[in-house]
Write a protein that binds this ligand. Structure first.
Ligand code: GDG
Length: 723
């Protein structure tokens, strides 16, 4: 099942009906033949706003087509907006051209959800759902939440930018999380995968294994693969052989691109101009033929580029043309494939000089079409293709003199050298064609995914050493889901003996203070952990006791005694289908774990309303809703209270702080402690977090405690200052 922004066909309005044309661009050139051969389903946008009841034809296709309808506003904000004005320039490392607009982002997210919904309906029967390109980076995560079992793979056709560029995007976390819902994420070349690893590690705090090519994000594991795309080599070769041969007087330097600022067309024209300045002998003997296919003309930058090129062509032609020769021939349109192949065949030099390009198929198509006199490929180092097509003449497209020199070299290269270079290039492209690419991707996509090794103490040491140094530590731990796995009833959540041992090893140290911060009632959490010498914060910190803390109970709680009783009895009446109410003194929890999935949403809605009607605040927890008094107190404030009580107002100079939690309510503490502590979120990666790192499960919490318990003792002077 293929999911991409465009269907392989674009429909346009023609009178009353719809006209269908093949969609332009590299992605379709690569994948359409594959589906034609193998069958399957293609999900995408038909390119036109459909009227009520109107359908696009799926007849005569060798595979199924499922169109996703987009409104005019969707197209403006999701496609022309966030995809093409934000992500496209940013991912091509041209951030100054990126526009970051929240409305565009919101629509991008909604449309990605629509694509996921359209896919989810059919995903169950698909062996692999293969999502394509930067338009749909959030779709995997939406789809994962709708179809837990589906095998999801993603391929990015454009570069993945370096960390310093990617992080400029205000929604960097969301985009990464979207991709990490996949089982497999593919890139053209290694440097994009490296950039992705850097971003996942530095932005999300994900664990990466660059050797094994795996990213672990919470409880999810995604494999990363390098799959340099190829072309339908045999088809291009055949078309080149068949294409009409027309006599031409001059030698031809050829450029073929969508009209796009990443393709370096103005720079290329200037480099050709430079050639004529440096080597006048090429005048009247060589023409530069540039084919530019109209693209994204709704976006202002593309219209400006068009004017810039028009003007440049006019200027250079005006400067050098004679009565019988113009140096530049510029076609602004799309040609039939056969004509294109004839053009490739007849060009003496292909000038493929993008400023940045994911791969670039034109370079490959040119090589496939060299069936007569071998031509020379000049290729930008900034194209993904340059990583494999080493026999091309590689240039930096920003260096006009160098590019001009290489054009001259190509035009004067001896036949033997041309033949050797082209032969090697052709051998590789014939072997690594698009079918090989698809097969390789599908093979890896079908492989079972091995996870990373469990987190080792060495790894934890790497994360913490630089922060903890030789300071005393104050460690905050949530209980349920952090120190014990989540179970169906809170009374069953018992500490495992090894976990208790690890906790005690920390608690016994005089340079380490432990606090358990829980949503349970204070008495309950103290009883269930049952160790003295620890600080206990119950009811999300509304009540605190133990260690150096004078017993604390939030002063506003006295106003809520009666109201909570009333709320409890109303909720007890609502508790059907296995739901139940847990009174916890000043707060309560309404548990829905046993309620059937289909009834849960409505019941939750009702419960939230009842809680609000009683002047309480509802908060979502794991399969539960908490009701808390609206007194502006949460785990974050409680942590601050404990730190100030134990170490004074200058606490941040005296101790280092670690907080570990798994719940939405721990997010208050993560946010509060940002920049002030090392924070860890345990478990599922489904929800976003403000924690610095994720730990997949309770076992890893134990490894963390083992490290804390066995680390070298704190510096006595620092310890003294903290007491
Ligand atoms: C993206 C990435 C990556 C061009 N003019 C005509 C025409 N074309 C065809 C070419 C080629 C395709 O358009 C352009 O492919 P590129 O790879 O050069 O560039 P993008 O469209 O930007 O593609 C790119 C690709 O995805 C695949 O992963 O390589 O880096 O940016 O196939 O032949 N085709 C016809 N007439 C034309 O006038 N028929």
């Amino acid at each position: 099942m293929v999911v991409s922004n465009r269907l392989p066909f674009t429909y346009t309005r023609a009178g009353d009906g719809l006209k269908r044309q093949p969609s332009p661009g590299g992605l379709v050139s690569a994948l359409e033949p594959v589906l034609r051969r193998r069958g399957g389903t293609w999900i995408g946008w038909p390119g036109v706003e459909l009227k009520k009841g109107e359908r696009v034809s799926t007849r005569a296709d060798k595979y199924r087509i499922k169109p996703v309808a987009l409104s005019e506003n969707d197209v403006a904000r999701y496609y022309h907006g966030f995809s093409n004005r934000t992500l496209w320039p940013l991912f091509h490392s041209l951030p100054a051209l990126s526009r970051f607009e929240r409305k565009d982002w919101n629509t991008y997210s909604e449309v990605n959800e629509c694509f996921a919904e359209a896919t989810a309906k059919h995903a169950a029967d698909a062996g692999l759902v293969w999502i394509h390109d930067y338009h749909l980076m959030l779709a995997p995560e939406f789809l994962r939440s709708m179809s837990h079992e589906a095998r999801l793979a993603f391929f990015l056709h454009i570069p993945f930018p370096p960390y310093d560029v990617f992080r400029l995007c205000p929604w960097d976390h969301e985009l990464l999380r979207g991709l990490l819902a996949c089982n497999l994420i593919g890139f053209h070349v290694e440097s994009y995968a490296r950039n992705f690893f850097d971003c996942a590690e530095r932005i999300l705090g994900a664990r990466v294994d660059r050797g094994a090519m795996v990213v672990e994000h919470g409880d999810r594991v995604a494999r990363v693969g390098i799959f340099p795309i190829g072309i339908e080599f045999a088809l291009y070769q055949e078309k080149a052989m068949k294409a009409r041969r027309e006599p031409h007087r001059e030698r031809i330097v050829l450029g073929v691109d969508r009209l796009d600022y990443t393709k370096g067309i103005p720079e290329r024209i200037r480099a050709f101009e430079r050639l004529l300045e440096l080597h006048p002998r090429h005048k009247e003997n060589v023409v530069f033929l540039q084919l530019a296919v109209p693209s994204r003309s709704q976006v202002a930058e593309y219209r400006e580029l068009k004017s810039e090129i028009d003007e440049l062509v006019g200027r250079v032609n005006g400067r050098f043309a004679t009565a019988t020769w113009s140096p530049i021939r510029y076609l602004y349109r799309s040609l039939g494939q056969e004509r294109l192949c004839g053009m490739y065949r007849d060009a003496d030099v292909a000038l493929v000089t993008p400023l940045r390009d994911g791969m670039n198929l034109v370079a490959k198509e040119y090589v496939a079409c060299q069936v007569d006199d071998p031509g020379v490929l000049i290729l930008s180092q900034m194209a993904g293709a340059a990583e494999t097509m080493r026999e091309a003449l590689l240039v930096n497209p920003f260096d006009l003199d160098e590019t001009a020199r290489q054009i001259h070299r190509a035009l004067t290269m001896e036949e033997t050298e041309r033949a050797s270079r082209i032969a090697s290039l052709r051998r590789r492209e014939r072997r690594d064609d698009v079918e090989a690419w698809v097969n390789q991707f599908l093979d890896v996509g079908a492989e079972e995914q091995a996870g990373l090794e469990p987190i080792s103490e060495d790894e934890i040491q790497g994360w913490l050493r630089g922060y903890v140094k030789s300071y005393p530590l104050c460690v905050f731990l949530d209980y349920d889901g952090t120190l014990t796995p989540l179970v169906d009833h809170p009374s069953k959540a018992r500490l495992a003996p090894e976990m208790r041992e690890a906790l005690l090893a920390c608690a016994r140290r005089d340079d380490t203070d432990l606090s358990i911060v829980s949503g349970r009632a204070l008495d309950d959490i103290r009883r269930i952990v049952g160790e003295s010498g620890l600080i206990y914060a119950g009811n999300h910190g509304l009540e605190v006791e133990g260690g150096a803390i004078d017993s604390f109970r939030h002063e506003d709680l006295i106003h809520y005694g009666e109201r909570i009783q009333e709320l409890t009895s109303v909720l007890e009446e609502l508790a059907s289908d296995g739901a139940w109410t847990e009174p916890k003194g000043p707060t309560l929890t309404f548990h829905l774990r046993s309620v059937p999935e289909r009834k849960r949403k409505r019941l939750m809605e009702k419960v939230r309303n009842v809680i609000m009607e009683h002047g309480y605040q509802p908060r979502d927890a794991h399969a539960a809703i908490e009701a808390r008094p609206p007194i502006g107190w949460d785990k974050g404030r409680a942590v601050l209270h404990i730190l100030r009580e134990c170490y004074g107002p200058a606490w941040s100079e005296r101790v280092r702080v670690i907080y570990v939690g798994d719940d939405q309510t721990d997010e208050d503490a993560f946010r509060f402690l940002a920049g002030l502590a090392m924070t860890f979120r345990v478990g599922s990666a489904e929800t976003p977090t403000s924690a610095l790192r994720r730990l997949p499960n309770v076992e890893d919490v134990r490894s963390l405690l083992d490290w804390i318990g066995s680390r070298p003792p704190a510096d006595p002077a620092l310890l003294h200052a903290s007491r």
